[in-house]
Design a protein around this ligand. Structure first.
Ligand SMILES: [Zn+2]
Length: 289
């Protein structure tokens, strides 16, 4: 599933090419992907408008129109947003926004879990999302306050979009590895130092993945149809049985928070063992960015 770095890459690609363009046609090829306001013709709200903003919030692509309405595009599991000519339709095309100058924004989705929401009320639509992990607001004291009473695992907490908007399974595992925290550790048991390490690890991991234009382990591609490069820089995610890049212990996989979680059992012990960890295993990151 595309997470913050993948969506950020798509938005950065689209912004200079789409902002300012007029939407000259709208085609729906799969009605179930649309979430439209009641009693309003969704197509008439979009047709003829001009795109004034292309932004990201969490894992959502937010396209602002000059009539005050917004398109919220959630790629979910297998969604793609591609900038291509208006014809022919690419594989698994579900919707098409034709733009002036013979371009089109195609929404493609093999599994059809993706959604396009048309709304004028951005605050309500995005209101449940927590802070952006790369913002100044997201730091160790925010995490410590937010998770002070959280008895669930830190992995579960990081996947909660009201805690950190945009983090999913890949970057939760990668950030926990960098912070040397076992994913099953209860969130409320983390020390102040661990919250510091975790906040820094989340920011560094996400920024590194953005620099690498995202992770392609399934079908993620950028707006031009190209895969990302961060899959070559992953430390633990989908590396079960392979050596830890720091201590060479085989990476383990375990089901935590309902998701496959990858970690190094030596570099990421539970809290009690972590305090006894030798200095050579306290290296923070293998990121080359
Ligand atoms: Zn290790």
């Amino acid at each position: 599933m595309p997470e913050l770095p993948e969506v950020e890459t798509i938005v950065s690609d689209l912004r200079p090419q789409v902002q300012g363009r007029q939407i000259t046609g709208v085609r729906s090829l799969s009605p179930e992907i649309w979430e439209l306001p009641a009693d309003v013709d969704g197509c008439s709200l979009i047709l003829g408008t001009r795109v004034v903003a292309v932004q990201r919030r969490g894992k959502l692509i937010v396209i602002g129109l000059d009539n005050g309405w917004h398109l919220l595009i959630h790629l979910r599991m297998t969604g793609q947003l591609l900038l291509l000519p208006p014809a022919p339709a690419p594989r698994y095309a579900r919707a098409c926004f034709e733009l002036d100058q013979s371009l089109a924004l195609w929404f493609c989705d093999v599994r059809r879990f993706g959604r396009i929401t048309v709304t004028s009320d951005l605050n309500t639509a995005l209101g449940r999302l927590g802070p952006e992990p790369l913002s100044a607001q997201f730091d160790a004291s925010f995490l410590a306050r937010r998770l002070h009473f959280a008895r669930r695992s830190i992995k579960s907490a990081l996947l909660d979009q009201s805690v950190a908007a945009g983090i999913g399974n890949i970057y939760a595992d990668e950030a926990l590895f960098v912070a040397r925290i076992h994913p099953a550790t209860r969130a409320c048991s983390l020390t102040g130092e661990q919250f510091q390490e975790l906040a820094a690890a989340i920011k560094a991991t996400l920024q590194c993945a953005i620099n690498n234009r995202g992770t392609t382990v399934a079908n993620y591609v950028d707006a031009n149809g190209n895969p990302g490069h961060h899959q070559y820089a992953l430390n633990v995610y989908r590396r079960e049985g392979k050596p830890c890049p720091i201590c060479e212990t085989p990476i383990q996989r375990s089901r935590i928070a309902g998701r496959s979680s990858y970690f190094c059992p030596r570099c990421q012990p539970h809290n009690e063992a972590a305090r006894a960890m030798p200095p050579e295993h306290r290296q923070r990151s293998t990121c080359q960015c």
